[in-house]
Ligand binder design. Structure first.
Ligand code: ARG
Length: 252
């Protein structure tokens, strides 16, 4: 009997009958469980044990407006959307570009900023797509930058690293010629390591960044959109954005 029920539970899980918490269930618990990958300064990174950054503060402000506290669950970037569909998080805020492919797997809230992929390299390094011919380029696994780099013609090789910090480290130690990453992440890297004399090169594409929610979990997406809409309208988004970037980075 016991064996059978264990088997049934296992089967139910693999069939995906477990469902995500809707907004009412989250409200009742008082806690919003949020997935992120915190090596992505200035969006999400760690300060001691705390997760900080623009998206960390944004998530906490959104939760506050929903009457909730955030419980952070840091995870590898390439596992976040899968984890969302396995009900490990109520939402994921990790600078995901809203792509048609990802939209097949998850739902997105309205974009919370606009940015794009850029080449970061030493001042005398390859700063254009043309100059990347034959060169070695670092990217983070599972990102839109990895996908773009793999489709660029003539690259020497594309090296994939599990997190953003590791990829940046490879550029700093000159084991790669260039790093393709987010424009604001590149600006932050250049500021943080002035001795490396890094420069931002060609912008490869632009993207709208959004919070991901499990597909079909519409009450949660709606609650996020309402809270975000208020922050965009009442000046609190602008204030937070200016604190980190000196400008308002909302999609225009
Ligand atoms: N914007 C890129 C993408 O959508 C990279 C996001 C990486 N985020 C992170 N927390 N490491 O794939």
């Amino acid at each position: 009997m016991k064996k059978t029920s264990v088997l049934l539970t296992l089967l139910a899980c693999t069939l995906g009958t477990a469902s995500a918490r809707d907004f009412a269930a989250i409200k009742a618990s008082g806690t919003l469980v949020v997935g992120t990958e915190p090596t992505y300064a200035p969006f999400t990174y760690t300060q001691g044990k705390k997760i900080v950054g623009f998206e960390a503060e944004l998530a906490e402000a959104l939760a506050k407006r929903m009457g909730l506290k955030v419980e952070w669950k840091p995870s590898a970037f390439d596992t976040l959307l899968i984890g969302l569909n396995q009900d490990r998080f109520d939402m994921v805020i990790a600078s995901h570009g809203i792509t048609p492919e990802r939209q097949k797997a998850v739902d997105f809230a309205r974009p919370h900023y606009c940015s794009g992929g850029v080449i970061l390299a030493p001042a005398n390094g390859p700063l254009t797509v043309a100059a990347l011919k034959g060169k070695t380029v670092a990217v983070q696994l599972g990102t839109t930058y990895a996908e773009r780099a793999q489709s660029l013609p003539g690259l020497g090789s594309v090296k994939t690293y599990p997190n953003n910090a590791a990829a940046l480290q490879m550029l700093l130690s000159k084991r790669v010629d260039a790093f393709i990453t987010d424009r604001f992440v590149a600006i932050e890297g250049r500021k943080k390591f002035p001795q490396a004399k890094l420069k931002l090169g060609e912008m490869l594409f632009q993207e709208k960044i959004g919070i991901a929610v499990k597909k079909g979990n519409t009450t949660v997406t709606a609650a996020i959109n309402t809270a975000l809409g208020k922050m965009l309208a009442d000046g609190s988004y602008k204030k937070l954005s200016e604190k980190y970037f000196g400008e308002d980075i909302r999609c225009k």
